[in-house]
Design a protein around this ligand. Structure first.
Ligand SMILES: Cc1ncc(COP(=O)(O)O)c(C=O)c1O
Length: 425
């Protein structure tokens, strides 16, 4: 069956709200390559949105999953738990930049965020939450409230929960300095809610959907200080940045801060649904037994996959590989930028979380949304899966598996260049 036919069937039966970026139906994946139902080959620069960090169908993950499903695939961690969830919790707590931490497992990133907020409110007995413009935290009601982008995430879906306030994320490229952001945040305490009523500030150390903007040096430290001053908890949403992607195991490590809570998902289990909240023990233990969890929370199959993922990251030095991937990609994009400075406005990366912002006439405030869209669709026709993001839809984001072979990475970058140049002519 062709992609076209499958797209037609999909449109007839799946609601349009669950749209797809590309009309490509995948049949098989091997590390950083995908094949569709028509046997076309693609190089994957998206990794299922930063999930397949250890590659598609990594043999170690496949083996671990097979072994687990042969034994059992579900008992519910809240009824009769199992050893691999404990082993996994011990490992991720040890890796996290929080001293004396505990964890819980849930199923999706949005659930991890919801639980981090629940835990913060239970621990502080306060209602308020501060999030950031351009931030993305998921599609459930509370997460939509936290998300700082209206279309397509919020329009038509209100009302949203109360007591959520947004501050600007500092983005020097778009003229928002750290000082301005902090000033605005402090203003919330003057005009909207007293700081003693704020339970938590939630922030992505590198904004994902928002456009791959990394928090400038010192910003998270300033937030930490504000939190300490007023007894507010700092939640770092590492759902997209976690597990080596940015060249350190967690992005918050680079900022030398100890968050109170960290949310994790995506790369954690290499494609199996699993998410976690890790936080300071005294905070994590505030909710009553039974208050946190879910039927599928911490699935034993996902936990088995995640244990394999952690081994793969370690054995293959994927944290340092993320830095090399970032350098290779930025190098190539910079060569293109030298030739096309009026169109490629900004190139930025945090390890293997890489973005380039497409603009018009060299003006950073003129987003080239059309070219961005065309890049994604034309690259796919040429055999390269690319993703876009950004509040204005003009950012190409590159999130290859961290296990991508160097020659395939370079092949993908050549397709990127060829596609880009062909669209300008
Ligand atoms: C930073 C961040 N938080 C939360 C989420 C929501 O995760 P999920 O789609 O698994 O619910 C995402 C997903 O893209 C994300 O990037």
């Amino acid at each position: 069956m062709t992609n076209k036919e499958l797209q037609k069937r999909k449109n007839n039966i799946i609601a349009r709200g669950q749209g797809n970026l590309l009309p490509i139906f995948i049949k098989k994946g091997v590390n950083s390559e995908l094949w569709d139902e028509e046997d076309n080959r693609y190089i994957d620069f998206g990794a299922g949105i930063a999930v397949a960090n250890t590659g598609h169908s990594n043999p170690k993950v496949v083996e671990a999953v097979k072994e687990q499903v042969t034994n059992f695939s579900h008992t519910c961690v809240m009824v009769t738990p199992y050893k691999n969830s404990i082993e996994l919790a011990e490992k991720i707590v040890k890796k996290s930049p929080i001293k004396n931490a505990k964890s819980i497992f849930v199923t999706t990133g949005a659930e991890a965020v919801e639980n981090a907020i629940k835990i913060s409110r239970a621990a502080t007995n306060r209602p308020g939450i501060i999030a950031f413009n351009g931030g993305f935290h998921g599609r459930t009601n509370l997460c939509m409230g936290l998300t700082g982008k209206v279309a397509p995430y919020k329009n038509g879906y209100g009302p949203f929960p109360n007591d959520i306030y947004h501050a600007p994320y500092p983005i020097e490229y778009h003229g928002i300095s750290v000082d301005e952001s902090i000033k605005y945040l402090s203003n919330i305490f003057k005009v909207s809610i007293e700081p003693e009523k704020i339970a938590a500030i939630i922030i992505e150390p590198v904004q994902g959907e928002g456009g791959f903007y990394e928090a400038p040096k010192g910003f998270l430290q300033k937030l930490r200080d504000i939190c300490d001053q007023y007894g507010i908890l700092l939640i770092v949403d590492e759902i997209q940045t976690g597990f080596g992607r940015t060249g350190s195991f967690f992005a918050s490590e680079k900022h030398n801060i100890e968050p109170d809570l960290i949310t994790m998902a995506k790369g954690l289990a290499g494609g199996y649904p699993l998410a976690a909240v890790v936080g300071k023990s005294e905070i994590m233990d505030k909710p009553l037994p039974g208050g946190l969890g879910g039927t599928y929370a911490g699935s034993p199959v996902s936990c088995a996959a995640a244990l394999a993922v952690l081994d793969i990251i370690e054995e293959n030095n994927l944290v340092s590989r993320a830095i090399e991937i970032g350098e290779t990609v930025v190098n190539k994009l910079s060569q293109l930028q030298i030739k096309y400075p009026m169109i490629i406005g900004d190139i930025r990366n945090s390890g293997a979380m890489i973005a380039c912002e497409l603009i018009e006439n060299g003006n950073s405030e003129l987003p080239n949304t059309e070219l961005t869209k065309n890049m994604v669709s034309e690259a796919a026709k040429n055999g390269l899966i690319l993703l876009s993001c950004g509040a204005r839809g003009n950012v190409i984001r590159i999130l290859t598996p961290l296990t991508i072979e160097q020659h395939i990475l370079e092949e993908g970058l050549d397709i990127f260049e060829k596609t880009f140049i062909s669209l300008l002519n």
